[in-house]
Design a protein around this ligand. Structure first.
Ligand SMILES: [Zn+2]
Length: 217
């Protein structure tokens, strides 16, 4: 079973991919991680990627496809969860061609839908303990004792600079403009399913499981 997870940043794709890896021994192919790993490996492709990124340019669709193809070849028939690619219709088509050439296909495309205002609220209040990484929220999960981490007792907290309302809004707008147009492409192919990404994590995982089980049957 090969699937693609779609949804704006903050929809919970990474968390759900991790669950699927554990439950179905599928392999997550996150394009961000793949690019990083390839650069570190020092392969010929990795060196090209490094040069492109050093120049501040975007890695081309061809390179991304080549990268994904080489990863898939190494999976020896294990299913994969793609996350972060494709983001445009031409990329989706190029991916389908490559999979087709390898006798593969995307069995399901699962979109995690979000309520934009609720997502902005959820992300923009996040902070975490600098020492142990425990996560907190301004409105929903304050430390029991103000300024003191519940887990390790540290006084040091950090906020990611991109966890603010303006940045989250910009990312949502980019998703709506650039990536959302690929949804009709997959809908026409009959592989698109939507899940409410704002539901509790276990709930979302159960819904995805049902979709995958139905697809298998
Ligand atoms: Zn802590």
């Amino acid at each position: 079973m090969n699937i693609l997870l779609l949804g704006p940043p903050g929809a919970g794709k990474g968390t759900q991919a991790k669950r699927l890896e554990e439950r179905y021994s599928m392999v997550q192919l996150s394009t961000g991680d793949m690019l990083r790993a390839e650069r570190v490996s020092g392969s010929a492709l990795g060196k090209r990627v490094q040069a492109i990124m050093d120049a501040g340019e975007l890695v081309s669709d061809d390179i991304m496809i080549a990268l994904i193809a080489s990863r898939i070849a190494g999976l020896k028939g294990k299913g994969f969860i793609l996350d972060g690619f494709p983001r445009t219709v031409p990329q989706a088509k190029a991916l389908d061609r490559m999979l087709d050439e390898n006798g593969l296909a995307l069995d399901q495309v699962i979109e995690l839908t979000v309520d934009e205002n609720a997502l902005i609220d959820r992300i923009s209040g996040r902070f975490s303990c600098k020492k142990c990484g425990a996560s907190y929220h301004d409105r929903y999960h304050q430390p029991k004792q103000e300024g003191l981490c519940d887990v390790c007792g540290s006084h040091d907290f950090i906020r990611r600079p991109d966890d603010n309302a303006a940045t989250v809004k910009a990312r949502l707008a980019a998703y709506r403009e650039q990536t959302a147009p690929i949804l009709p492409y997959y809908r026409r192919k009959g592989v698109l399913r939507s899940v409410d990404g704002m539901a509790p994590i276990d709930h979302v995982a159960a819904e995805i499981e049902t979709i995958l089980n139905n697809a298998k049957g």
